[in-house]
Design a protein around this ligand. Structure first.
Ligand code: ADP
Ligand code: TRP
Length: 322
C-alpha cells in the first residue's frame, strides 16, 4: 500500500470549503492508502501569538476531522509538536537548503511584497515542512495548489541530502493536487476562505446557520422571474448537498420562475443541517470527552514517532552525529 502524508494548519473552525476540498478527499484516500495526517501546530506559531487561540484552534481542527469520520485506527493522526524529531530534522535539512530556494517561496515573496514583517520561522517554513514529510517517506503529499511549491522544495532538499550523504530518503514524494472538488464559493461568490470572511463553518447549526445561508449574495431577480442556476452561488453550494434528482428539480424551478432565491436558500439550509447532523452529534460527544481526544492524539503520536525516530537515527548516523 502506498503511503500518503499531509499536514493541516490549525486555523480555527473548518468551513465547508475545507470539508469538500480537504477533509473528504483525505478520508477517501485513507481507504486505499496508508495515510498520515497531522496538525501543523509548529507551523501555526509563525502567525499565532496567543496561546489560548493556538490551543483552541488545535482542538477545533482535531474535533472537526474526527467528527467528520477520520478513523484514527486507519489514519495515523497526530500533533506535529508531539514529535520532536520534526524540528531536529528541520535543523539538519536547513544546512542543505540554499538561501535562494527559500527566497523564491511564494509564501515568503507574497508577504514581503505586501511590506509585512517576516520572521525567520516564516522564512524557513518550507524546511520544517520538508522535515514533516521526509521523516515518513510518503509516496504522495495531498495538498492544495498553494502548497505545491513547498512539496517540490522537500523533493529538492531530499535529493541534495542523498547526493551529499548517500541514499537516505529512498522515496522522493510527489505532490498530489486534488482537482476534482473545484473551488467551493463563499457567501459572496468568491472562493470560500477564512481570509475573505465569507465562510460557512461546518458545524454551525440552527439560527446561526440559517442566517449565514440567507446572507448568500444573489442577483436581484424577483420570485416570478426565471433564473440561471449556473450563475448562482446558492445553486453551486446545493450541488454539494443535494441528490442528482433534487438538483434536477431545483434546476427546473430556477429556469421556470415562480421560485425565489429565499426558497432555494431555505432548501439548502435544510439539506446542510441534515447532512452534518450526525457529525455534529459526534463532535459534541468528543468535545465533552477531552481525555478521549487526548488519548487518540497520543496514540497517533506514538505510532508516528516510532517511524520518525528510526528515520532520524539513520540520518544522524549518515551525517556523522553519534
Ligand atoms: P482558507 O483559505 O480558509 O485559509 P486553507 O488555505 O487553510 O483555507 O485550506 C486548507 C485546505 O482546504 C486546503 O487543502 C484547500 O485546498 C482546501 N480549501 C480551502 N478553501 C477551499 C475552497 N473554497 N474550496 C475548495 N477547497 C478549499
Ligand atoms: N503548509 C501546509 C498548509 O499551510 C501545512 C503543512 C505543514 C503540510 N507541513 C506539511 C502539508 C507537510 C503537507 C505536508 O496547508
Amino acid at each position: 500500500m502506498k503511503r500518503t502524508l499531509t499536514g493541516v494548519q490549525p486555523s480555527g473552525k473548518l468551513h465547508i470549503g475545507n470539508y469538500f476540498g480537504s477533509i473528504q478527499p483525505n478520508l477517501e484516500l485513507a481507504k486505499t492508502h496508508e495515510a498520515f495526517l497531522f496538525i501543523a501546530d509548529l507551523h501555526a506559531l509563525t502567525t499565532v501569538r496567543d496561546p489560548d487561540v493556538l490551543r483552541s484552534n488545535v482542538l477545533d481542527v482535531a474535533l472537526d476531522f474526527l467528527a467528520s469520520g477520520l478513523d484514527p485506527e486507519k489514519t495515523t493522526f497526530y500533533r506535529q509538536s508531539d514529535i520532536p524529531e520534526h524540528t531536529e530534522l528541520a535543523w539538519i535539512l536547513s544546512n542543505l537548503t540554499p538561501l535562494g530556494m527559500l527566497e523564491r517561496a511564494h509564501s515568503f515573496k507574497d508577504k514581503t511584497a505586501k511590506g509585512l514583517e517576516v520572521n525567520t520561522g516564516l522564512f524557513t517554513y518550507p524546511v520544517l515542512m520538508a522535515a514533516d514529510i521526509l521523516l515518513y517517506e510518503p509516496h504522495f503529499v495531498p495538498v492544495g495548489k498553494d502548497q505545491k511549491q513547498h512539496v517540490e522544495m522537500a523533493r529538492d532538499i531530499a535529493l541534495k541530502f542523498n547526493h551529499a550523504y548517500g541514499e537516505t530518503f529512498r522515496i522522493i514524494p510527489e505532490p498530489m493536487i486534488s482537482e476534482e472538488t473545484g473551488v467551493v464559493p463563499g457567501t459572496d461568490g468568491q472562493k470560500m476562505s477564512k481570509s475573505y470572511g465569507n465562510t460557512i463553518p461546518i458545524f454551525l447549526e440552527g439560527k446561526a446557520l440559517q442566517k449565514i445561508i440567507m446572507s448568500i449574495t444573489t442577483d436581484s431577480k424577483g420570485v416570478g422571474e426565471p433564473k440561471e442556476p449556473e450563475k448562482c452561488t446558492v445553486f453551486t453550494l446545493a450541488k454539494l448537498f443535494f441528490s442528482p434528482d433534487e438538483i434536477k428539480d431545483l434546476e427546473g424551478k430556477y429556469r421556470k420562475g415562480g421560485f425565489g432565491y429565499g426558497d432555494a436558500k431555505k432548501w439548502l439550509y435544510e439539506k446542510m443541517e441534515a447532512f452534518f447532523a450526525p457529525y455534529r452529534a459526534k463532535r459534541k460527544e468528543l468535545a465533552e470527552n477531552p481525555e478521549k481526544l487526548d488519548l487518540i492524539l497520543r496514540f497517533g503520536a506514538e505510532k508516528a514517532r516510532e517511524i520518525a525516530r528510526k528515520k532520524l537515527d539513520e540520518v544522524r548516523r549518515n551525517i556523522g552525529l553519534s
